[in-house]
Design a protein around this ligand. Structure first.
Ligand SMILES: CCCCCCCC/C=C\CCCCCCCC(=O)SCCNC(=O)CCNC(=O)[C@H](O)C(C)(C)COP(=O)(O)OP(=O)(O)OC[C@H]1O[C@@H](n2cnc3c(N)ncnc32)[C@H](O)[C@@H]1OP(=O)(O)O
Length: 213
């Protein structure tokens, strides 16, 4: 079913969300520790037992779905449960996106060893995931908002982890419910590592809701 972004969203307890964000960051640290650990097998087994107990504690009270998106009082779109940007979702980098004065979107990114695909480089699917969201944000920055229809990535150089880099995206043109958008991932030294183009489509019911905002 199409997500209905026009619906008012639940407002949360900010203090509890802050605590959840700290927990999510701890779990990211845990994931990195698992990926890189070299402790003996008995220690792995002992840590696993501890984690089983912790997981059961968290499962004592469960939601049906991740935290939903919401519009903040200052008019920003926030989605704490998002897989790419959600501060409360350990899966998210999280990607922190800024809007550029030119009307596009940008983010500083440092990938981690957890994101490895080919040896010593970031997985191409992880790079595509970052582009998907950043290009989608640029579409939203342009006043449209939509779902990805197509996304094409040109991988120019292996992307290293552990080094800060910058991603940019900006809309190139729009036509009705279609918006074309382009992006780049650039090393700190200015080398373009990957480029993306995408077509986002505004679902008809979103177009109506956006028009009413
Ligand atoms: C109140 C609203 C508030 C919104 C607030 C948002 C704020 C945002 C803020 C922050 C940004 C966040 C950023 C998120 C980024 C993440 C993005 C994702 O990961 S999205 C998940 C992956 N993508 C999907 O799951 C799509 C699944 N597909 C669909 O749902 C539909 O196929 C959809 C909506 C893409 C198109 O369905 P139709 O029914 O609207 O399309 P039809 O009416 O058939 O076609 C319209 C035109 O588009 C073309 N078209 C349709 N689908 C196409 C496609 N896949 N590729 C190319 N063209 C396509 C058609 O050929 C047609 O073109 P002709 O008018 O004839 O010229």
């Amino acid at each position: 079913m199409m997500p209905d972004l026009a619906q008012p969203q639940e407002s949360g307890d900010g203090t509890r969300f802050a605590a959840l964000a700290v927990l999510a960051q701890q779990v990211r640290d845990l994931v990195d520790a698992v990926v890189l650990t070299d402790v003996p097998e008995e220690e792995l087994t002992a840590v696993t037992a501890d984690l089983v107990a912790l997981t059961e504690r968290l499962k004592e009270s469960r939601r049906a779905a991740p935290l939903p998106h919401e519009w903040t009082p200052d008019g920003r779109f926030r989605h704490l449960g998002n897989a790419v940007t959600g501060e409360c979702n350990p899966h998210a980098l999280p990607l922190v996106i800024e809007r550029t004065p030119e009307g596009g979107s940008r983010a500083e990114i440092t990938f981690r060893p957890t994101h490895e695909g080919p040896p010593a480089a970031v997985h191409g699917g992880v790079i595509a995931m970052i582009f998907d969201h950043l290009l989608g944000d640029a579409v939203a920055a342009s006043g449209a908002a939509g779902l990805t229809g197509t996304l094409s990535v040109r991988y120019r150089r292996p992307v290293p982890y552990g080094q800060p880099m910058t991603a940019h995206a900006a809309v190139s043109r729009g036509e009705g419910r279609k918006t074309w958008v382009e992006g780049t991932l650039t090393s700190a030294g200015g080398t373009v590592l990957a480029e993306a183009t995408a077509l986002f489509i505004t679902p008809a019911q979103w177009a109506e809701a956006l028009g009413a905002r």
